[in-house]
Design a protein around this ligand. Structure first.
Ligand code: CA
Length: 228
């Protein structure tokens, strides 16, 4: 059973979420603030954290940032709960390392759907499972990319770039971060090399108009998203 740690200071919301989680066959664990969350995570990291943005003391954003820096929790899936709907806040939340965000108020059904989607993706990213978005599929083992069932030829770097993006959707990566993740740390490559490969990847995807998934975030970098 997947364990979900809900970090939220408002008890009625914790109760509502806990009820929805149990009903969906997920194990509910709770923390009322960042400190309690850190204690819970240190003793037994959950499979996913549902994290409220506005917490007394350390904010949800600061907690997410801190968890991302620690080896043990660097890849722990985090969904932010937020009352904010501004695009800037959304980008900010995803930049600090949240995998997804849910705007309050939300329905239990939407909550469970989002949680299951993030859990599935994190399992896919951890293993060698094929990843699929909207007709675009990538098989890491067979080294194959297909668009609506039609094979797409990608050079090795473009393949690794797309694999990385599809394993980490909706997150903004700077050129430097992409170099670290896709080319490897300590490799001396100029940052504009990233732009060159992004361009090639977009060109390859453009034939079926899937280049829209590779999005430029001005002043921040690039992200893979099926949402606009
Ligand atoms: Ca709150």
């Amino acid at each position: 059973m997947k364990r979900i740690l809900v970090v939220e200071d408002e008890q009625p919301i914790r109760e509502m979420v806990g009820f929805a989680l149990k009903k969906a066959g997920l194990q509910f664990e709770e923390a009322a603030d960042a400190e309690q969350a850190l204690v819970a995570v240190a003793s037994n990291p959950p499979d996913l954290m549902l994290l409220d943005w506005m917490l007394p003391g350390m904010s949800g954003v600061d907690l997410a940032r801190r968890l991302r820096r620690e080896d043990v929790t660097a890849k722990m899936p985090i969904i932010m709960l937020t009352a904010r709907v501004e695009e800037n806040d959304r980008v900010h939340g995803l930049e600090v390392g949240a995998d997804d965000y849910i705007t309050k108020p939300f329905s239990p059904r939407e909550l469970i759907a989002r949680i299951n989607a993030v859990l599935r993706r994190s399992q896919a990213a951890a293993g060698e499972e094929p990843i699929e978005y909207d007709g675009l599929s990538l098989d890491p083992v067979g080294h194959r990319v297909q668009v609506d069932g039609v094979p797409l030829n990608l050079a090795p770097t473009e393949f690794r770039l797309l694999h990385f993006f599809m394993s980490n959707p909706d997150r903004v990566y700077s050129r430097e971060q992409l170099l670290d993740h896709v080319w490897g740390r300590g490799v001396f490559v100029e940052e504009r090399t990233v732009d060159v490969h992004i361009r090639r990847l977009r060109k390859a995807l453009a034939e079926q108009s899937y280049d829209r998934f590779i999005q430029t975030v001005r002043g921040a970098g690039y992200r893979f998203s099926i949402r606009n």
